[in-house]
Every structure is written in C-alpha cells, then in structure tokens.
Ligand binder design. Sequence first.
Ligand code: PEP
Length: 249
Amino acid sequence: MARTHYIAGNWKMNTSRAEAVKLAQDLVAVLKDKKGKYMIGVPFVYLDAVSQVIKGSNIILGAQDVAATANGAHTGEVSTEMLKDVGVQTVIIGHSERRHEIGESDELINKKVRRCLSEGLDVVLCIGELLADREAGNAETVCAFQLSADLAGVSAEQMAHVTIAYEPVWAIGTGKTATPEDAEAIHKFCREYIAKLYNQKVADETIIQYGGSMKASNAKDLLAQPDIDGGLIGGASLKADTFAPICEF
Ligand code: PEP
C-alpha cells in the first residue's frame, strides 16, 4: 500500500483565539483542493473554536498532548474523552519539548499512546536524538529505544493509527535541518526497526514524518527521500502562506 504524504502543523503555545480561527480559515481555503493528508496541532483552549472552522474540510484536528488517564481527579489534565468531545482525531505525543522541558518519560509517553489508541484516537509519536547523542554516534540507538519503549503493548493492528515523527532535537526551532541524506538514513533505520518490532507490512505502511526546521525551501528535497513520508512543522505552520507551499510536494 502506498503511503500518503502527511503534513502536520504543530502550533505549539502560539496564537490568540482570533489568530487561531483566522489561520484555520486560511488553511481550509488554501488546502481544499490538495490531495495529501493534513493535520493541525492546536492549543487545547482553541480546539473547540478551530474544530468549528475545519469541520467538513480535509484538515484533521490534532491536540498537542493528552492525559494518560480517564476523566477524574487530575487537576490541569485534558482527557481523551474531552478531546474527542470537541472533534479531535489525533494527538501529538512525546514531542521533544515535552520530553526535555517538562520531563515526560518514555513510560508516560507509552501510557498516553496506549490510552489514545484504546480510545479511538490516532497518534503522532515524536522521537529523536539530542545533539550530544548524534555527536556520540548514538542517534539510531536513541530512536530504537524510544520506538520500542513508546510502542510497548501496541499491536500490529493498532499501528495503522500511529504515525512516527522523527525530529532530531537539535533541528527543532533552530533553523538547522538534517540533510535529506542524514534524515533518510534515520527514517530507513526506523522503518527497519519497526519491521523487527512488528513485521514488514506494518513497516511499509507506517508513515514516518520528518520534523526540524522544515520549510518550503527544504521540504522538496526532504520529501523526495523514499522513507520520508511527510513533515511535522512548527514555526512554518503558523502562517498559511508558509505552511501551504510545504503541502505542494
Ligand atoms: C516541531 O515543533 O515539531 C518542529 C519541528 O518545529 P520547527 O519546525 O519550528 O523546527
């Protein structure tokens, strides 16, 4: 089965309510005739408003995080039930800013992944090495560890609802991008590793996005690589005219 190009925007902790609505309206207009798969990861408090705007469009509503547990006494958390209630279909889990700024562990990330999948939400699981890992020659080891730890207990059938985003931490928001060749090498490694964890069919069908300062000027070469199936875009997703061109390739 051919993998569809999947381009996702991660708005992070940005926009006002009015800006979020306007950006969503602009994206609905510019993406309406495009044939790829598109998602926007919207701040929790604007999900409901954006959901109304993109309803019926070809844009998937994503959240940037989720609680690992069901509704209950968990102050400040946002559950899968709440996300589904406002129309969320997919959740970004394990973003490096949550791993390294908030201190999320692979154990917690795995709980969130399994919670979403068991509740019918799709997942974009972010993995990737720190600069020190890369310089020590450990990029593959880190990605393999994160894949096996974060996907523990996830079945081959459930993998149809999991997208992997390979995001070298040193490339996120820094303007530094992995070369297409370096990114492809890790993507290929991850696909082979998924084949070991599951089977070749799952590996062939899993979409692996690249993330890390992707923009219109470098997206074409990155997306031309055989194992790079899309992008998770931070900075360039905050304006329709910087996001839409990435969706052209
Ligand atoms: C991200 O937030 O996942 C990301 C890749 O950010 P940026 O595109 O700004 O590097």
